[in-house]
Design a protein around this ligand. Structure first.
Ligand SMILES: Nc1ncnc2c1ncn2[C@@H]1O[C@H](COP(=O)(O)OP(=O)(O)O)[C@@H](O)[C@H]1O
Ligand SMILES: [Mg+2]
Length: 256
């Protein structure tokens, strides 16, 4: 394997005022990898995802995505590319949120074509044709004209995933995609993510679903105190007794 990584992060810092949230995160993701971020609440997982696609502006560090350096340090001064390039990069690494973030006043189909039409400037008819294929794939072809509040949480989240797929993403970022769902709706969303993994989609997934992470992960990163404290294959990281007692007690707490 000599392919260049799809995403390379080094020395990433983020603070809000005086409070340092990320303190020098390094992470390299290869094309096709499925990376899980686990760890205690407040550890910085969401902040890390949001910095990766510049929903938040990092304070320092370097991020290179599909070969394009999006931010770096120049003489210790943080620099990033202009907003239009960030917007294009962001469209290639969409985020799926815990709370779906759909447009409530638009139908399923309209939600899915919004990005292709307005961000990627695709012809509307082409965007509609592609959206139909994607919605069929996530099992929602019978719901094209529904509004989000007419759907279950699991269906809404699958619309959100379809919306991400419609951008022809290089990487999808998931921030606790099943945490807001009733228990019986979780598996449908996890099945969809599993299918994407099988098709080779590169993904970074924040979740508390340990069994899912264990089965699907190429690599699991334990995030706490604003950094990746440890990372490795599921076997390496979740083996009992885990090498790191902090990880071991976190995992045990997840089982209750
Ligand atoms: N917009 C913000 N302003 C100030 N503090 C924030 C903001 N967003 C997150 N934080 C703080 O950053 C820390 C990490 O939060 P977060 O990244 O959401 O952690 P996690 O997703 O792992 O639960 C928390 O202490 C949180 O209060
Ligand atoms: Mg979070």
């Amino acid at each position: 394997m000599n392919a260049e990584p799809i995403l390379q992060i080094s020395g990433l810092h983020k603070a809000y005022g005086d409070s340092k949230i990320l303190r020098g995160v390094d992470l390299t993701v290869q094309r096709g990898e499925v990376i899980f971020l686990i760890g205690p609440s407040g550890g910085g997982k969401s902040t890390l995802l949001r910095c990766i696609n510049f929903l938040e502006t990092p304070c320092a560090g370097e991020i290179t995505f599909t070969g394009e350096r999006l931010c770096h340090q120049d003489n210790q001064i943080y620099q990033q590319v202009d907003e239009s390039r960030l917007r294009m990069a962001r469209s290639k690494m969409p985020m799926v949120f815990q709370q779906f973030n759909l447009f409530s006043n638009r139908t399923v189909l309209e939600n899915v074509i919004e990005g292709p039409v307005h961000v990627l400037r695709r012809p509307r008819q082409e965007a509609i044709a592609e959206a139909r294929v994607i919605l069929d794939k996530v099992g929602l072809s019978a719901r094209l004209d529904y509004y989000p509040d007419q759907l279950s949480g699991g269906q809404r989240q699958r619309v959100a995933i379809a919306r991400a797929l419609a951008m022809k993403p290089e990487l999808i970022l998931f921030d606790e995609p099943t945490s807001a769902l009733d228990p019986e709706l979780v598996s449908g969303v996890l099945d969809t993510i599993r299918q994407l993994a099988q098709e080779g989609m590169t993904m970074i997934i924040v979740t508390h679903e340990m069994n899912f992470a264990r089965k699907l992960a190429d690599r699991i990163c334990f995030v706490a105190d604003g950094g990746i404290l440890e990372s490795g294959s599921p076997e390496q990281l979740l083996a009992t007794p885990a090498r790191n007692s902090r990880i071991a007690s976190f995992i045990q707490s997840m089982q209750h």
